[in-house]
Design a protein around this ligand. Structure first.
Ligand code: MN
Length: 292
């Protein structure tokens, strides 16, 4: 099932052919709250999805579908307590970052090139069709601002100290994230948390529809030119180990978003660029780039 947040933060089910969307907000147990600041319905839905699934499917079957282009898709995440991202999770990306480091003095490879996780500010999230804004300060300092296209997943069942063999039980579904990044020295979480630096979308595909999360094709173009194309089998720390490690640090809460790390091919974006990102079995989204 493809779960989308749309218009005034309503819940929709997207058709298998991605051409239409049906409003299933009425299947939720609480009255609709259109205020995204106060809305906790999405987080509750992530937690309670196994119990709500039947009602959502019934509502999707009886509702009237609208064309997907007639609605505004919102980010496929609403008020997550955290966006957790994996660092240096594809070996070829680790290698290319040595070159980037030599050029811009990035701190990204300073910790022995070891796998780790870090946090991105949830306030940096935007949705499909949105515009990534290149922040004034780093632009004035001529910093490189890079795209990183990543497989992301959303937590359903909460947990702490989750063993790898139970990790997939905690995933509601999968989506696409861009981890926009200012290169150079300084704290990684700050450099990746400017407003608009975390596009997430176009929807969440529930885990039952992803046959193998480690056999997905990530594809990103900038102005039609292929920049990143990788299969998720090349991740060096896989999803169960990412979840086990992160949940040894903090409790994973429903609605939390994980981004699993950049494939090779990261590079600069500039004012006026158009990024298209897709992942097989999930979908695609387009983002524009402009100056703040
Ligand atoms: Mn990244």
């Amino acid at each position: 099932m493809k779960l989308a947040i749309f218009d005034d933060y309503r819940l929709g089910v997207v058709s298998a052919d991605e051409q239409s969307i049906t409003d299933v907000t009425a299947a939720l147990p609480t009255p609709h709250d259109p205020d995204p600041v106060g809305a906790s319905w999405w987080v509750r839905m992530c937690r309670d999805f196994p119990n709500l699934r039947g009602a959502i499917e019934a509502e999707a079957a009886k509702g009237s579908a609208r064309k997907i282009q007639d609605v505004t898709l919102r980010p496929a995440a609403l008020n997550p307590s955290k966006v957790i991202a994996a660092a240096l999770n594809y070996m070829e990306h680790v290698e290319e970052m040595r070159t980037v480091t030599a050029r811009v003095g990035s701190a990204d490879t300073g910790a022995g090139e070891a796998f780790d996780v870090f946090l991105k500010a949830p306030s940096s999230i935007i949705g499909p069709g949105g515009t990534v804004l290149l922040p004034r300060g780093p632009v004035a300092e001529k910093k490189e601002i890079h795209h990183e296209s990543e497989l992301a997943f959303v937590i359903g069942k909460p947990g702490k100290d989750i063993p790898p063999e139970r990790a997939f039980d905690h995933i509601l579904g999968y989506t696409i994230a861009l981890d926009m990044t200012v290169r150079g020295g300084g704290d990684r979480s700050r450099r990746k948390s400017y407003n608009t630096f975390t596009p997430i979308g176009p929807w969440v595909v529930t885990a039952d529809e992803i046959p193998d999360a480690h056999d997905l094709e990530i594809h990103l173009t900038v102005n039609g030119m292929v920049r990143q194309h990788v299969n998720t089998r090349d991740m060096r720390t896989r999803i169960p180990e990412i979840i086990a490690y992160a949940s040894s640090v903090f409790t994973l809460l429903p609605g939390d978003v994980f981004s699993t790390g950049a494939p090779p091919g990261v590079g600069e974006v500039f004012e006026g660029d158009v990024m298209d990102v897709s992942i097989s079995h999930i979908g695609s989204m387009q983002l524009n780039v402009d100056l703040e």
